[in-house]
Ligand binder design. Structure first.
Ligand SMILES: CSCCC(=O)C(=O)COP(=O)(O)O
Ligand SMILES: [Zn+2]
Length: 206
């Protein structure tokens, strides 16, 4: 069972991540949501509707991995099922981060089905990738206000593509994850750099 200390430490890491993302324009208004695993069965996640650049420890609540709320009077992120899908399928994962940058939003509307990233040295910032020659496929799922249905769709896709590092939701944003908050933040930064390169490439080759 997790301690209060674990909750405070994970919340502090996610608060820092929120400030960092907000300063870069990746979580405008109240967009985005963040979570971190507390133990095998519990997760801390942002309360719905909070500004992710101005989070405090009060803006997090505890849920179990089945989605039962363990903090009275707090409403979890509307996108909780997308976080739980990741924790349920892989016990080694410790954090899930969702951002809404301009570049993620634009690319997810310009492409259908999948965005291919290849030839970039920064791909090596993604866990398990050791060469710029890697080919990273980022699936793009249609947006859906029925979040459990969207989570089921992601689950189905991940069963076929277990090496995924993240995905886009069309017109919406990026989901990525890691074994720790630090690793998940590195993935957000790497993806944002790669998405910015892809946008610029399209502009230059017009
Ligand atoms: C203002 S963004 C619309 C909702 C959304 O996509 C999001 O990421 C934030 O939702 P939450 O319930 O986690 O605050
Ligand atoms: Zn969102």
């Amino acid at each position: 069972m997790h301690s209060e200390d674990t909750f405070s430490t994970r919340a502090a890491e996610l608060i820092r991540a929120g400030r960092f993302f907000f300063e870069r324009g990746w979580v405008p208004a109240t967009a985005g949501n963040f979570s971190a695993r507390l133990d095998e069965r519990h997760v801390a996640i942002t309360v719905s509707g909070r500004h992710k650049g101005e989070l405090t420890a009060e803006d997090f609540l505890v849920v179990d991995v089945e989605g039962q709320v363990r903090s009275e009077g707090k409403r979890p992120s509307a996108e909780l099922p997308l976080h739980l899908q990741i924790y349920q399928r892989d016990e080694s994962l410790g954090a899930v981060l969702h951002t809404h940058s301009v570049n993620a939003t634009l690319l997810s509307r310009l492409h259908r089905d999948v965005l291919v990233l290849e030839g970039y040295e920064v791909l090596k910032a993604l866990r398990g990738i050791g060469t710029h020659e890697a080919r990273v496929e980022v699936p793009i799922f249609p947006n859906d206000q029925d979040v459990p249905r969207l989570a089921a769709r992601v689950q189905e896709y991940m069963a076929e593509h277990p090496e995924m590092h993240g995905y886009l939701i069309a017109g919406h944003g990026l989901y990525t994850w890691g074994r720790s908050v630090e690793e998940a933040c590195r993935h957000v930064e790497a993806f944002e750099f790669l998405l910015a390169c892809e946008i610029e490439m399209r502009r230059l080759s017009r």
